[in-house]
Design a protein around this ligand. Structure first.
Ligand code: 5AD
Ligand code: SF4
Length: 418
């Protein structure tokens, strides 16, 4: 989502005549697009920002803007700590960026924006084949650990006709893969629901693959599961964050499902689509998590056997309910649990990838792969990375059939089939 927000900010400035540079010393404006989901991301930003202080001293006309979730949280407070910042712009106000950079002195745009879903953006897309498309903004779920509802605001769905016409435009430009973006895409609602939206997009000619992130386990319906199977452009991959294998912890997290509820959804998904790839997010060391709770997460990982996970140490976020809970887990205990989670999952990921050896997969080549001047690389429909030797030229299509010949933990090796 942040990467796509950057494409929107870049588009806004390019339409004002700005050009992009890799050299901070030559820049008139430097924008930090920040993330505050965990403390580490925040620390990274403040240390990078500190390095620009001297640059600003030497070139006072340089504008430094802070965008994203740290901007939204800190608002004008950020000027006290780092007065050399010029603009602070929250994720709901990206359309104001160009105007903001023209203001002399400190400028702030962090108000809740009720008409965000109606906004149109000039998007400076960095990829020519795959495109992100926002279908909804914000989140109303208030998982107790999560800062997103406070920074990205209330859930708002974009009108379906705006989404459809954006994707039709992308198809005309030659894009092949669309990833629909929202914090909780399954609760998309406009004149149609999420399943209806997938059906409409499936009919757009030129688009070959449809993906979506992120799904909330409580909202994934049987309807959607059958649509994933029946709509041939929808990739059979779902990112479905579990967060914990302990129903007690899930309750404290305000996730609104038990481990058993989650498991039932997985069973339906796999009954309907035996080859579906399922990935997840896990949090280690949520407040009050005991060794028993942790062992339930380990049991869950083994029982479910995800294709891959992202796992994180719990990071307290000021203003969230979990931060106020008693019984915070020591950092070294969190890390120990995280290592065990990753260890268990690594073995499962290896096994899942090995099972793909000798299968034929459809791979969408990355643009660098199509040129064939370095290695060929692309992704399967299940979103796994495949590397292919350069001596096999793929021809004119960017969709190729590939025999998997070797499995690694984070990628597969393959040979393009004639
Ligand atoms: N601490 C650790 N992980 C978090 N996530 C969200 N908030 C926190 C937090 N405070 C994780 C969740 C979510 C993913 C995007 O980030 O697992 O699914
Ligand atoms: Fe955060 Fe929960 Fe919303 Fe995801 S669903 S963005 S974890 S509050």
């Amino acid at each position: 989502m942040n990467v796509h927000d950057s494409e929107k900010m870049s588009g806004a400035l390019k339409s004002e005549g700005y050009i992009e540079t890799d050299d901070p010393k030559g820049a008139d404006i430097i924008i930090f697009n920040t993330c505050s989901i965990r403390e580490k991301a925040e620390q990274k930003f403040f240390s990078k920002l500190g390095r620009l202080k001297s640059l600003k001293k030497r070139k006072p006309s340089l504008k430094i803007a802070v965008a994203g979730c740290i901007a939204q949280q800190e608002r004008e407070k950020i000027f006290q700590r780092t007065p050399y910042i010029d603009c602070v712009i929250g994720p709901q106000n990206l359309h104001l960026l160009a105007g903001l950079t023209r203001i002399q002195g400190h400028a702030v745009a962090c108000d809740e924006n009720p008409s965000l879903a109606e906004a149109d953006f000039d998007i400076d897309r960095k990829d020519r084949i795959k495109a992100w498309v926002t279908i909804m903004y914000g989140c109303d779920n208030y998982c107790s650990y999560c800062i997103v509802p406070y920074t990205r605001g209330r859930e708002k769905s974009r009108p379906s006709e705006k989404i459809i016409s954006e994707i039709e435009g992308l198809a005309r430009e030659g894009f092949k893969e669309i990833t629909l973006l929202g914090q909780n895409v399954n609760s998309y609602r406009s004149d149609i629901d999420f399943t209806g939206l997938l059906q409409r997009i499936n009919n757009i000619s030129g688009i070959e693959r449809i993906r979506f992130v992120t799904s909330h386990p409580k909202d994934i319906s049987v309807d959607l599961i059958f649509a994933m199977r029946n709509l041939h452009k929808v990739c059979q991959h779902i990112h479905l964050p579990l967060q914990s294998g302990s129903s007690r912890i899930l309750h404290l997290m305000n996730r609104k499902y038990s481990y058993e509820d989650y498991l039932r959804k997985i069973e339906i998904l796999r009954n309907v689509m035996p080859d579906i790839s399922i990935t997840s997010d896990i949090i280690a060391g949520f407040p009050q998590e005991t060794d028993k709770d942790h062992s339930l997460t380990i049991r869950g990982l083994k029982e479910i056997a995800f294709d891959g996970i992202f796992a994180f140490n719990y990071s307290p976020r000021v203003g969230t309910r979990a931060a106020e809970l008693s019984g915070h887990v020591e950092d070294d205990v969190k890390s120990e649990r995280l290592y065990e989670i990753l260890d268990v999952q690594n073995a499962i990921t290896d096994m899942k990838n090995k099972a793909l050896v000798d299968t034929i997969q459809e791979v969408l080549l990355e643009p660098s792969g199509i040129k064939g001047n370095s290695k060929l690389t692309g992704r399967t429909r299940s979103n796994k990375i495949v590397n292919m030797p350069v001596y096999v030229q793929p021809g004119s299509s960017d969709l190729v059939r590939v025999r998997i010949v070797k499995a690694h933990r984070h990628s597969l090796d393959g040979i393009i089939q004639k």
